[in-house]
Write a protein that binds this ligand. Structure first.
Ligand SMILES: Nc1ncnc2c1ncn2[C@@H]1O[C@H](COP(=O)(O)OP(=O)(O)OP(=O)(O)O)[C@@H](O)[C@H]1O
Length: 394
């Protein structure tokens, strides 16, 4: 039985976050030890839990007000689940998320609903996330009304302001989602997120459903909006190039965990984790002479199932620098490394990051493989790794 004093202490926080109190550069979102494990059920009459999908398995992540944090990783590594868990759209198995210093798990019902106004999501598939029976005007007004944001303002003027911000004409107000192109629909999705004046927007694969020709436009729009409205973004993408151009910091995920995190320029200049190095080596270089001659690290083996992740370092089954014993048994922490020229903001979850960076540890056997991608047998996700590989390590 809890005493009355205990009950007062554990009572839900009534007041939502006061966004104005959080200055640019201060921590807006602080996730600690976040885990999301989905139960795997089996049984005809009685559902038994026979295992778990360890979609997110122990992530600490801080996002500062006004920054864009890019989260990258292969399909299935848990990016979307993490994004949803941060917004409390997915129940966490463990961990906590503080938004503006308020523990979101302590908010219930109406207080949590009010809180959601500050945290919006932009989805990959705008058509699937927009009600096809509503006009743009109705779509935009819905959220504003739900949060009492239409009272005492010229709502139509606000709607036009929103459309202008995302580069759509005012005539869009009377149209339905299916009347737009993919890029325009994503602009509507972004306007809807903006309509409640959020502090944080989680954009989950915001351009991967769009034609390559319009991807850059939408990415540039996000960058412009951030500047104009002082927004904070978590941009989730499987494409490193998408994240590179807009991110202040980048986190790389592998099998439910962050393996490296750094300021974007530092990460791209000197990736330290073997997985990040492999990803970077696969990004095509526009100069054909460099592109043809550079060495590529191709990961061997399949991406393990998140229902049965390897012990020790999750990456050890595919790592060209794997060292027996330690890598197989001891899970590395995301840590600051002691390497000259590497800033303290760069953290990596690898036992041997220093030795790999210095060349003291060399990758296992290197073999040249065909340049024609059709000659290679690989089940890697090419949309993530880029086209043909020239060198395989492993
Ligand atoms: N509701 C759920 N129930 C069971 N498993 C789930 C559920 N949602 C996601 N998963 C599993 O969790 C793992 C992580 O999925 P998630 O969608 O978060 O990955 P992702 O990195 O965003 O991949 P993608 O880019 O393909 O969406 C996958 O193995 C997925 O099948």
């Amino acid at each position: 039985m809890s005493s009355p004093a205990d009950r007062v202490e554990s009572a839900p926080v009534e007041d939502s976050v006061v966004i104005e109190d959080i200055s640019e550069g201060d921590i807006l979102l602080d996730a600690q030890g976040v885990k999301v494990h989905f139960p795997i059920k089996k049984g005809v009459i009685i559902d038994r839990t026979v295992g778990h999908v360890y979609a997110v398995d122990g992530i600490d992540l801080q996002i500062r007000r006004g920054e864009t944090y890019g989260l990258v990783g292969e399909s299935g590594c848990g990016k979307s689940t993490l994004g949803r868990a941060l917004l409390q759209l997915e129940e966490m198995t463990e961990g906590s998320v503080f938004f503006g210093g308020v523990d979101l798990a302590s908010l219930k019902g109406e207080t949590l609903r009010k809180q959601r106004r500050h945290m919006q999501m932009v989805f990959q598939d705008p058509l699937g996330s927009l009600d096809p029976r509503q006009t743009v005007e109705q779509l935009l007004l819905e959220g504003m009304r739900a949060h009492g944001l239409t009272k005492g303002i010229d709502a139509r003027a606000r709607l036009i302001e929103l459309l202008t911000a995302v580069g759509l004409p005012r005539t869009a107000l009377s149209k339905y989602p299916h009347e737009f192109s993919g890029g325009q629909r994503q602009r509507v999705g972004i306007a809807r997120a903006l309509s409640v004046d959020p502090a944080l927007i989680v954009a989950d694969e915001p351009v991967s459903a769009l034609d390559v020709s319009v991807q850059a436009q939408v990415i540039n729009l996000l960058a412009d909006l951030q500047e104009e409205f002082g927004l904070t973004f978590l941009v989730i993408a499987h494409d490193l190039a998408v994240v590179r151009h807009i991110s202040d910091r980048v986190g790389v995920m592998y099998l439910g965990a962050l393996v490296e995190e750094a300021d974007a320029d530092d990460l791209y200049a000197e990736p330290l984790h073997p997985y990040t190095r492999a990803l970077m080596s696969a990004v095509p270089v526009p100069d054909p002479t460099i592109e043809d001659s550079r060495e590529r690290i191709l990961l061997s083996g399949d991406l393990p199932s998140p229902a049965n992740p390897p012990a020790g370092c999750r990456f050890h089954t595919r790592c060209p620098w794997r060292q027996p014993e330690r890598c197989d048994t001891e899970r590395p922490e995301l840590r600051v490394v002691q390497i000259d020229g590497v800033p303290a903001s760069q953290r990596v979850a690898c036992h041997y990051a220093e030795q790999i960076a210095s060349g003291e540890l060399q990758p296992h056997e290197v073999a040249t493989v065909a340049t024609d991608p059709s000659d290679q047998e690989s089940d890697r996700d090419d949309s993530f790794f880029g086209p043909a590989s020239v060198t395989e390590i492993g």
